[in-house]
Design a protein around this ligand. Structure first.
Ligand code: CUA
Length: 318
């Protein structure tokens, strides 16, 4: 099961939709440099063609005259490019400062990256996996860290990207300008399921965002059904098939009640306790032939979610 991602709308020949405030500045800087590059390209090619024609060899007696330097020409061809480069610097600097310095009032969300999912923790303790909900027209600051290797958080339509590093914090900020959904991707190669390390960004109006924060909509869902939801939102399907296909991890259908051989040679019966342990401390017991790469979900999923996952996996064996 692979996650689906909102598509990135290409609404013109140029860059994707601009959905944050800094996108304006950054796109302007890009097109400014791009514009100069096109002009230079046309100028250089035109001059080259002209000179090739104008100074072509006409007879064997053509001899180039003595050429001394021209101070006037040298000043012109130095001053103009310097002025262009300096202007590019200031256009870039403005966009860079706007993109780097978050407003002091920014709403802060903690981001934890681990192979191969994103966990977002809100100031009220709400935890969301692979779904980042943010209020519209309010600056949001992401404080990011990784549990394992280097990842990189990228939201193309917001024009923001930053490495997420273990043992350290990096930050990013943005202010979303449109009520919509957009894609968040990992853009640092981080192992087998790097390309499945995706999340959805939902930009919500203030009242909907508050509803999201208080969300208790799962309260009366049957465990196995909630488990299915958690399975999808936690990215379990990136490694675990439900159709008996061996992936990064073992397939999870039809395993309940069976006896499995572990990498240390011991035999383990797949029951509720074993499943719970495998989810929360993940690599405590390893099925023979699989690498110890599963992320630890203790502190990421609450008890109710773990119970639900166990119930869901159990339901896949009936
Ligand atoms: Cu995480 Cu690529």
């Amino acid at each position: 099961m692979t996650q689906t991602l909102p598509s990135i709308e290409i609404d013109s020949f140029w860059l994707p939709r601009k959905a944050s405030t800094v996108a304006q500045d950054l796109d302007w800087a890009f097109y400014y440099v791009y514009g100069w590059s096109v002009l230079m390209f046309i100028g250089v090619v035109a001059a080259m063609l002209y000179f090739a024609y104008r100074y072509r060899r006409r007879t064997d007696k053509d001899v180039t005259s003595e050429i001394d330097h021209s101070t006037k020409l040298e000043v012109i061809w130095t001053a103009i490019p310097v002025a262009i480069v300096v202007s590019i610097f200031f256009v870039g600097l403005k966009g860079y400062i706007d993109a780097m310095v978050a407003p002091a009032s920014a709403y802060e969300i903690q981001v934890t990256a681990q192979k191969w999912s994103w966990v977002f923790t809100y100031p009220n303790g709400k935890i969301s996996m692979n779904e980042l909900a943010v209020p519209k027209d309010r600056p949001v600051r992401l404080i990011m860290s990784s549990k394992d290797v280097i990842h990189s958080l990228w939201i193309p339509e917001f024009r923001i990207k930053q490495d997420v590093v273990p043992g350290n914090y990096t930050t990013l900020w943005f202010e979303a300008t449109e009520e919509s959904e957009t894609a968040l991707l990992c853009t640092e190669y981080c192992g087998t399921s790097h390309s499945d390390m995706l999340a959805t960004v939902k930009v919500l109006p203030e009242d909907k965002f508050q509803e999201f924060l208080e969300d208790g909509a799962d309260a009366d869902m049957p465990p196995a059904e909630l488990g299915k939801k958690v399975f999808a939102s936690s990215g379990c399907g990136a490694c675990h098939s439900l159709e008996g296909v061996k992936g990064v991890g073992p397939a999870l259908n039809g395993i309940f009640g069976k006896t499995h051989e572990m990498s240390d040679g011991s035999q383990v019966v797949v029951d509720e306790a074993y499943l719970r342990e495998s989810i929360t401390v993940s690599n405590a017991k390893l099925v023979k032939g699989f690498p110890p790469v599963m992320p630890v979900f203790k502190g990421v999923l609450n008890d109710r979610q773990v119970d639900a996952l166990v119930a869901f996996i159990k339901s896949q064996s009936q």
